[in-house]
Structures are given as C-alpha cells and as structure tokens.
Design a protein around this ligand. Structure first.
Ligand code: ADP
Ligand code: MG
Length: 254
C-alpha cells in the first residue's frame, strides 16, 4: 500500500504541489486526472523518489526518506511518461534491467531472474520481441516493454505516467485491461496518471482530480467526473452522460 502525506514540491521559489495527501490500497487502481500542468507527473516523480519533496511517502510503515534508491526500487516500479529507452539494448536486456534492485553485489542475474523477465514479457504479449533492439520498436511496443521492465521489478506498487499517450485505441484499451488484471491478480497498488477522462472512468477504482498542484476531488469515478467538477477544472463546459455500455460516467465536451 502507498501512502502520500502532505507532499509539496517546489522548483526554485515556485511551489508546484501543495500538501498532497492520498493513499492507494493493494488491489486498487487510482487514476490521477487533471489538465496539462496540474502536477500529475511531478507527483509521480516525487513519489518515485527522483525529485526532492517535503512531506512523507510511506509503504507498510516504511518511510521512503529512510530508504536508499535501491531499497525503494524494491517497493515501487515506475513507467515514466514517454521516455526514450537506450536504443542499442535488446528488449530482453531492457526487461532484465528490472531485476537490478534484487541482484547481489556482483550484479549477476540468475535463472530465476530470467524466468521473471520471460514471464513479464509474456504478460505484456511481447515475448516475440525479445531479441529486437529497443531503438527499432514502435510507440506501442516500447510502452509494453517499459511495462514489462516494471513488472520484472516485482514490486507491490506500480506508478504509471500517461502510459497510453501516443497509443492507438486498441493499445490504450489492451494496456489498461492488462494493468487492471495485474491489480486484481497480483494485488498491486497502482497510481496512474491518465489524460483521457473516459479511460480513467472505465478502468480506475477511484479517481483523483488535480488542479494547479492540489487535489480538488477524490472518489469513485461517478463522484469525481461530474459536470461541475470537470467544467471547473478544465475551464470548459462539459456534459456527463451514462456510458451506454458500462453504465459509468461518460464526459462529453459541449
Ligand atoms: P502534468 O503532468 O499534470 O501535465 P507536470 O507535473 O508536468 O504537470 O507540471 C506541473 C507544473 O510544474 C507545470 O507548471 C510545469 O511547468 C512545472 N514543472 C514541471 N517540471 C519542471 C521543472 N523541471 N522545472 C520547473 N518547473 C517544472
Ligand atoms: Mg504529465
């Protein structure tokens, strides 16, 4: 379980995140939504320990401040927003890098590490890509490889920053279906920034709406994706109707 308490982040004298608090339970997928610049990526970067923050990030009683980056990497795996993977490595080598925090000091991978990498590739339906160079992959393939690397890390918490950006609809749906399956089967705690409100409504257990570095609403999709809250957050009049297939909320720009 992931618990973020009073987390603030500043760049120079400018405070970007203001006392954010939220928890993600094991077996839960929490979507972060909000307009561009609201602070979703900054929150994910702070929670994963790559930028300094004030406040607390905890998991099962351990405070992240007290952990080394390698120790932290046993708890949290991250799929960052649209990064370029080192192009010369093969997919297999890249996924196996997920095992780094678990290796002994010689950094030697074992049969068991390889088995985990094989299984991670299989789960994202990328086993046929194993020998390919990362530089040759399409956007959708790279995104699946990044997810496989994160899964190979075998952490109880997974953070994803707009994992469906640049994917076509088929890949958006299959990637989120897969993440939801992982949440259910492996009891992962998932915090995912999602750009698309209707994908958030469809896949998340709960949704946190961020505006200008604050969480302005947090709850079930139907309680957060309301015309009032969304129109106000995005400065755009919207309607919310019942999704004809799922029965959940469907946001339509007016
Ligand atoms: P989101 O992911 O919701 O679009 P971000 O977390 O990327 O938002 O950005 C939040 C705010 O922080 C924006 O105003 C952005 O300009 C600012 N910001 C992000 N990264 C930096 C940085 N490295 N230095 C200064 N300001 C930054
Ligand atoms: Mg972002």
């Amino acid at each position: 379980m992931l618990r973020i308490e009073n987390l603030s982040v500043s760049y120079g004298s400018r405070e970007i995140l203001h006392e954010i608090s939220l928890s993600v339970q094991s077996g839960e997928m929490l979507a972060l939504i909000g307009p561009n610049g609201a602070g979703k990526s900054t929150l994910i970067r702070a929670a994963s320990g790559v930028i300094p923050f004030s406040g607390q990030v905890r998991t099962n009683g351990d405070t992240f401040h007290a952990l080394t980056p390698m120790q932290r990497a046993k708890y949290i795996a991250v799929v960052p927003q649209a990064i370029l993977l080192p192009p010369a490595f093969t997919v297999w080598e890249t996924v196996l890098m997920g095992r780094t925090p678990h290796l002994g000091f010689l950094g030697q991978t074992s049969r068991a590490d390889e088995e985990l990498a094989r299984r991670a590739l299989e789960r994202v339906h990328a086993d046929s890509l194993a020998e390919r160079r990362v530089g040759e992959l399409s956007g959708g393939e790279s995104q699946r490889v990044l997810l496989a690397r994160a899964l190979c890390q075998s952490t109880p918490i997974l953070l994803l920053d707009e994992p469906t950006a640049h994917l076509d609809l088929q890949y958006q749906v299959s990637l989120l279906e897969l993440v939801r399956k992982l949440v259910r089967e492996d009891n992962l705690a998932v915090l995912v920034a999602l750009h698309d409100l209707n994908l958030a409504a469809r896949y998340a257990d709960r949704v946190a709406l961020m505006v200008a570095g604050r969480i302005t609403a947090l709850g079930a999709p139907r309680d957060v994706l309301t015309p009032e809250l969304i129109s106000h957050a995005y400065c755009l009049p919207v309607d919310v109707v019942e999704h004809p297939l799922s029965g959940g909320p469907l946001v339509l720009a007016k």
